[in-house]
Design a protein around this ligand. Structure first.
Ligand code: BGP
Length: 460
């Protein structure tokens, strides 16, 4: 095998509670921000499709987990829904949810599929958002209690925990560009939420250690290498700042236990400092992560600002750089994201060199494509483009491992075409296609490729 991965490599796919479970009003679940938003403005969602049913994993998990097994998974990454487990966000635990997650975890283990579990994947309970979400320190405490409950209930079997998936996304979406609730445009609130999310993480890790749990705990970050347009010092400075905001704002406190000085300096200069409580600094310093999930889809390319920002416009990270559309770059036209496979290698090497080579996994990487039905032949979506996408990324990942990177697994986004926030089912990402009317699952060509590849633990 030309690309032979290390023994014991974790292979599988990833999804999240809100995107796959469905049964959003069943089993005693409380509402989260997506359920709420959908009742307010269903038309904001692509084709008016909301989070109620999605892939119906809540009722079909047995069948789905068997399919995972059949298609080569030895691990699966998903999340627990906070509003399912604790409908009001704090207080009473929903026993139906405990039963559901116990069943899912037991079923995964019975099929020799290791559960990788995130505690939060964009789905703030509505009752918690009503009081300010992570702008409010009471919600940080509620999150810590929720995390503690999860460790107690499921920590005997779940050994890989993640505090958050892509914590920067609800910050950008919710407080800068209005694609997540609460749809504000307020950089100061964005900074406060970023900061409080890290406090919530540190408290969850502290709780995990207090309980003497035997697994590992970390965070999943969407890390995009930032490339400057040129080596002109102004472009390089722009890339440095974009990297500070988009990567290091979570990477540094999570792994190094402190914020980059330059980031603090900018935040201070623009009067954006969050409220900090006594003991916070030490809390973050003492409770760093043990494992890191890396979500990678595309790089970020930037250039120095061409015009000065309007000093009266609300401040955003884009005050400091312009995005750069490199001529000739390869695009995924459906999602509008650049495809640059080497980016995955560049991230892994950087973490090796600058972040102590922490144990890590690719926790998302994938290709969303519209109208995949047009590729059906012989009853199956012939998604050679997806096989190509995964393979090319795996080649670079393999190379990073050859060069010493501590990479232990790869989770493709996603298993069954799942629901995707505002885009609903517009772009399909799965190994398995989902018929939205009948909910029938049909493997795509890529599922068979993945099955064969994982059987060999590599490919030619
Ligand atoms: C990541 C999220 C996922 C998933 C994926 C694909 O940022 O963690 O939840 O949705 O991106 O993006 P999208 O669904 O927006 O096309």
């Amino acid at each position: 095998m030309k690309y032979q991965f290390p023994e014991g490599f974790w292979w599988g796919s990833a999804s999240s509670a809100a995107q796959m479970e469905g049964a959003s009003q069943e089993g005693g679940k409380g509402s989260n921000v997506w359920d709420y938003w959908y009742t307010q403005e269903p038309n904001v969602f692509y084709n008016g499709v909301g989070p109620q049913t999605v892939t119906d994993f809540y009722h079909r998990y047995e069948e789905d987990i068997k399919l995972m097994k059949e298609f080569g998974h030895n691990s699966f990454r998903t999340s627990i829904s906070w509003s399912r487990l604790i409908p009001e966000g704090k207080g009473e635990i929903n026993q139906e949810a405990v039963k559901f997650y116990n069943n899912v975890i037991d079923q995964l283990i019975a099929n020799e599929i290791e559960p990788f579990m995130a505690l939060f994947h964009f789905d703030m309970p509505w009752e918690m958002q009503k009081i300010g979400g992570f702008e409010n320190r009471d919600v940080v405490e509620a999150y810590k209690d929720y995390a503690g409950a999860c460790f107690k209930l499921f920590g005997d079997r779940v050994k890989y925990w993640f505090t958050f998936n892509e914590p920067i996304v609800p910050v950008e979406g919710g407080y800068l560009n209005q694609t997540h609730y609460p749809r504000k445009q307020d950089f100061k609130a964005a900074v406060q939420v970023t900061y409080n999310t890290m406090i919530a993480q540190a408290k969850a890790i502290e709780e995990y250690k207090k309980q003497h749990q035997s697994g590992k705990i970390g965070v999943i970050l969407n890390l995009s290498p930032v490339y400057p347009r040129s080596d002109n010092p102004f472009d390089e400075e722009a890339a440095y700042i974009a990297d500070l905001f988009h990567n290091r704002s979570f990477l540094d406190p999570s792994i190094k236990g402190e914020y980059p000085e330059k980031l603090i300096e900018i935040i201070k200069r623009y009067n954006l400092m969050p409220d900090i409580q006594p003991g916070d600094k030490e809390l973050i310093r003492q409770n760093t992560i043990q494992i890191l999930g890396v979500n990678y889809y595309s790089p970020r390319r930037v250039k120095a600002k061409e015009t000065l920002p309007n000093p009266y416009s609300p401040i955003t990270p884009e005050w400091f750089y312009d995005n750069y559309e490199m001529p000739g770059r390869k695009m995924n036209p459906y999602r509008g994201w650049e495809i640059y496979e080497k980016g995955i290698y560049d991230i892994m090497i950087r973490i090796r060199d600058e972040y102590g080579d922490i144990e890590r996994y690719v926790s998302e990487n994938g290709m969303g494509v519209e109208n995949e039905d047009r590729f059906i032949k012989d009853g199956m979506v012939q998604d050679d483009y997806r096989i190509e996408f995964v393979k090319e990324h795996l080649k670079w990942l393999y190379r990073s491992i050859q060069e010493g990177c501590n990479v232990k697994g790869y989770h493709m986004w996603t298993f069954i075409d799942n629901w995707s926030w505002l885009n609903a089912f517009k772009n399909r990402y799965g190994f398995i296609s989902l018929d939205l009317k009948t909910l029938k699952r049909t493997p795509k060509k890529s599922a068979y490729w993945f099955k064969e590849m994982t059987k060999n633990n590599g490919f030619e």
